[in-house]
Design a protein around this ligand. Structure first.
Ligand code: 4AD
Ligand code: MG
Length: 478
């Protein structure tokens, strides 16, 4: 059964056609003779205008057609005199499926703040802004699968519950059974976790990379795309405790190949959005322009669509971490003591530094490579200088780090000795080291933070507004 959608009606609906359509009321404007109902079914940012002659319908029915109510309408399409739409629907029959009491329904037709809508995350899909964001998010997820499938990569499903700490940073959530919420004590008086996941301490995964490497070293090129979890207590507009990550992993790729893939991939997604999500992007762009109006001319940011086109047409700058530190140390904010965090060779870059490089210095996306080994994970390929590793971070305007990746250490001895240096248990990771024992090859991969990318594409300012149900230190109710 193919149900009719408003998107199709607005695009191809012929005046004279008799149709039946269901959706939710955005607004109703009534006059003595006629009611205009803006109906939306989620298929598009645009509403279908339903015209209901007052004489044709019960007064009570019309009065209950309030914002948020669900309707099925049957009627005839007619040419519309209103601007921006070809057709409207002359209602013959209206069925009120679900009422929405205007005294109680929170999403009224007025401008709600994003904070208010975050508190009403269960209903915010019904606003234009969140409709647009989640349609774009869907399109991007689809485009990711299309991109990799067309290139011959395999989608590998890596586990969510795992005993390994892929990033070695200890930022993991423990998985436990309800019985073990209050663990009994051992004879030594320590908590006894023997009931955890059948007697093994496990965590929610922080990354699918290590398992992805196992796949790549047999299937050639794979990617993961799933939820990942970080127990970092970061209350920022760029961090979630649960976020989705796309992690391609490729055999026979060195760092240069890895960078080329990352740049091509990001540009593919941006061009896909421009081609397939123009209505929603234009809506979000005009929403942002409204906000920008209050700012002085020289502080206004670029139009959303222009920004996407700009990144699409730019060559990403590729420099080393060491070069970036030099640039930062010669920058105005550094000299005027305007950076909040220190800049020196060896420190991890903060988003203020990343954004300076991208937004002020180069004015385009930047790929930084060859970071100090001490601020990066154990699995990255070590350079001959003994100080740096073949890491790459892709930095984007408005976001900072959007991708983190590297060439992997494929040499068993070097990998083992680095793990020992970093106190990572080599015995427990025998399965990972086996890939270096048997048929090891040069390989690379990276992780794209899906929500950070959606932030960039939609121009939204807070990561909590691009995932349906954000998990943050303060947010886990539903
Ligand atoms: O740089 P990260 O930690 O790298 C990894 O996890 C590697 N295993 C990836 C790989 O090489 N396969 O994370 C990768 C990306 C970051 O660049 C960022 O976009 C996103 O994941 N990310 C987060 N997004 C939202 N909230 C958080 N707490 C995030 N932490 C990382
Ligand atoms: Mg990183």
């Amino acid at each position: 059964m193919n149900k009719l959608k408003i998107k199709e009606i607005l695009k191809t609906g012929e005046p004279g056609a008799f149709i039946k359509i269901s959706g939710w009321v955005r607004t109703r404007r009534g006059s003595k003779n006629v009611n205009f109902i803006a109906l939306n079914d989620g298929s598009t940012i645009h509403n279908l205008q339903v015209v209901a002659d007052t004489g044709k319908f019960e007064e009570l029915l019309l009065r209950e057609i309030n914002t948020g109510a669900a309707l099925t309408v049957e009627g005839t399409l007619t040419e519309s005199k209103g601007s921006g739409q070809n057709v409207e629907l002359m209602a013959e029959k209206i069925e009120l499926l679900g009422k929405a009491d205007p005294e109680k329904y929170p999403i009224q037709p007025k401008k709600h703040t994003l904070e208010f809508l975050r508190e009403n995350a269960h209903l915010r899909f019904r606003t234009n802004t969140f409709g647009a964001v989640f349609r774009i998010r869907h399109a991007m997820a689809f485009a990711i699968h299309k991109y990799f499938n067309d290139k011959g990569f395999y989608y590998l499903h890596t586990p969510i519950v795992t005993a390994s700490d892929a990033e070695g940073a200890g930022q993991m959530f423990r998985v436990t059974t309800l019985d073990a919420v209050k663990p009994p004590l051992t004879e030594e008086g320590k908590p006894d976790y023997s009931k955890d996941f059948f007697g093994r301490p496990t965590n929610l995964t922080v990354s699918g990379q290590l398992e992805g490497e196992l796949g790549a070293l047999a299937l050639g090129e794979i990617y993961t795309f799933g939820p990942t979890f970080r127990a970092e207590n970061s209350n920022t507009t760029r961090h979630l405790a649960e976020f989705w990550m796309i992690e391609p992993e490729m055999a026979f790729y060195d760092l240069k190949d890895n960078m080329d893939l990352a740049e091509e991939f990001l540009k593919y997604l941006i061009s896909y959005a421009l081609e397939h999500c123009s209505d929603d992007l234009n809506f979000l762009a005009s929403r942002l322009q409204q906000e920008e109006k209050n700012k002085p001319q020289d502080q206004r940011s670029m139009d959303l669509v222009e920004k996407l086109e700009f990144v699409l047409n730019s060559d990403f700058v590729r420099i080393t971490y060491t070069e970036a530190i030099d640039i930062l140390k010669n920058s105005k904010p550094y000299k005027k003591n305007k950076f909040q965090f220190p800049v020196d060779w060896g420190v991890d870059l903060q988003s203020e530094h990343e954004r300076y490089l991208v937004e002020k210095h180069f004015k385009c996306p930047v790929i930084l490579t060859d970071y100090p080994k001490n601020i990066k994970a154990f699995y990255m390929k070590q350079n001959d200088d003994d100080k740096t590793v073949r890491a790459m971070d892709v930095l984007f305007p408005q976001i900072g780090e959007i991708i983190g990746g590297s060439q992997r250490e494929e040499n068993l001895e070097k990998l083992e000795s680095r793990m020992k240096e970093m106190d990572i248990p080599t015995e427990e990771m025998w399965w990972y080291l086996d890939t270096r024992r048997f048929g090891t090859v040069v390989h690379s991969g990276f992780g794209l933070g899906f929500e950070r990318f959606i932030l960039f594409v939609t121009g939204m300012g807070n990561i909590r507004d691009v995932i349906a149900f954000p998990r943050t230190p303060k947010n886990a109710e539903f």
